[in-house]
Ligand binder design. Structure first.
Ligand SMILES: [Fe+2]
Length: 367
């Protein structure tokens, strides 16, 4: 295999992080330390999973004049939903807050990153979809993940879809990286089992794809190898949600996020993105549905994945591509092959020689 240069030479990591059970209790102090006379109020964006979990929300030190918004997780972020939230924050006078706290899963964390950039840069979210388009640093932001796997707490992007153009692309920028991340494994104890598995597998999939690819980066490889080790620790154990395993997975998620900042994914993500775009399936469950049929491309990871899913007694949706029409087939093919970089990473520049229309469809039909 030819080793290709990722071209990624300069990488920005999270400024500071706090790790350990109970560390979410420090959020109040972290926020208060940012409050000044000219910017006394903070913005809290909280996963709507916590809407009825008063004790958790009350522990975050939210004051009356702060802005508090619960972020819906039924749909992944769109440039339109981000713009609406920014308008609401401006209307409530939270234009230059002391800090923004993103408390939740990948959707909530990505929303916090996008809002932080927009409050200082102005304009609309769609103007910043791409690489290094954010002009000035965003508002100070603190990320508190409450589920592990996507790595959103560590990355320099915030994934969102422009519903008008269908473009699913984040604001890739050094300014998108969190200033402070609080990693508290105790927060993941109430995650539903299936969701815990699907989301955790995102970290595993990112890294097996990166390690099988031809674009390589030595530091990214090291992050990836340890992420895969930690995921094995978790998902090949008798109880993936035991305290120590949830701690392992939170570390895996963070390191996996650092890994993708220096490398590219492979074949699973393009197929998964097509399932999201065409059928609206969430990223992490879509990844698992795809890996489940990828034995030809990733034989070792596929058999390990089968072992993990059986051991943890997790169910996977089936028949998601039953009764495809011609129109849906074309849409699935188009949405898969547009991810040229990951497909080149996995199969080489002539990936279409391997990945013919017929082969793509036969894979989808197995899902
Ligand atoms: Fe992913």
């Amino acid at each position: 295999m030819t080793i290709l240069d990722t071209g990624i030479k300069v990488v920005r990591n999270v400024g500071r992080f706090t790790f350990g059970d109970g560390s979410a209790a420090e959020v109040t102090d972290l926020v208060n330390a940012r409050r000044t006379e000219s910017s006394p109020n903070a913005i809290y964006l909280i996963d709507d999973f916590f809407k009825d979990k008063k004790q958790v929300v009350d522990a975050l030190g939210i004051r009356g004049a702060d802005a508090k918004h619960f972020i819906g997780t039924q749909k992944e972020p769109s440039t339109q939903s981000i713009d609406e939230l920014v308008v609401a924050l401006q209307a409530s006078g939270h234009t230059s807050p002391a800090t923004i706290v993103g408390f939740g899963g990948g959707i909530t964390l990505d929303t916090a990153k996008a809002v932080a950039n927009l409050l200082t840069n102005g304009g609309k979210a769609a103007e910043y979809q791409g690489w290094d388009l954010v002009r000035v640093p965003g508002v100070h932001k603190i990320g508190v993940p409450t589920i592990s796997g996507t790595g959103a707490e560590a990355t320099r992007t915030c994934v969102m879809t422009n519903l008008e153009t269908g473009l699913k692309l984040g604001m890739n920028s050094d300014y998108t990286v969190f200033d402070h991340v609080v990693l508290d494994p105790s927060l993941t104890s109430t995650v539903p089992r299936n969701q815990y598995f699907y989301t955790g597998m995102d970290a595993y999939i990112h890294c097996i794809e990166a390690l099988a690819g031809s674009y390589r980066n030595a530091i990214g490889d090291a992050y990836s190898r340890e992420t895969v080790n930690l995921c094995r620790n978790v998902f090949l154990s008798s109880d993936m949600m035991a305290d120590a395993r949830r701690s392992d997975l939170m570390v895996a998620s963070y390191l996996g996020g650092c890994a993708i900042a220096t490398s590219y994914v492979g074949i699973v993500h393009p197929f998964s993105a097509a399932l999201s775009v065409v059928f609206g399936l969430h990223h992490c469950v879509a990844n698992c549905i795809v890996l489940n049929v990828m034995s030809e491309f990733y034989p070792q990871a596929h058999s390990e994945f089968r072992k993990m899913i059986e051991l943890q007694k997790v169910e996977l949706p089936t028949g998601v591509c039953a009764n495809l029409t011609d129109e849906l087939r074309q849409a699935l093919i188009a949405a898969t092959i547009k991810h040229e970089k990951p497909l080149t990473n996995a199969l080489g520049a002539d990936f279409r020689a391997t990945l013919t229309d017929a082969r793509i469809i036969s894979l989808f039909e197995k899902m």
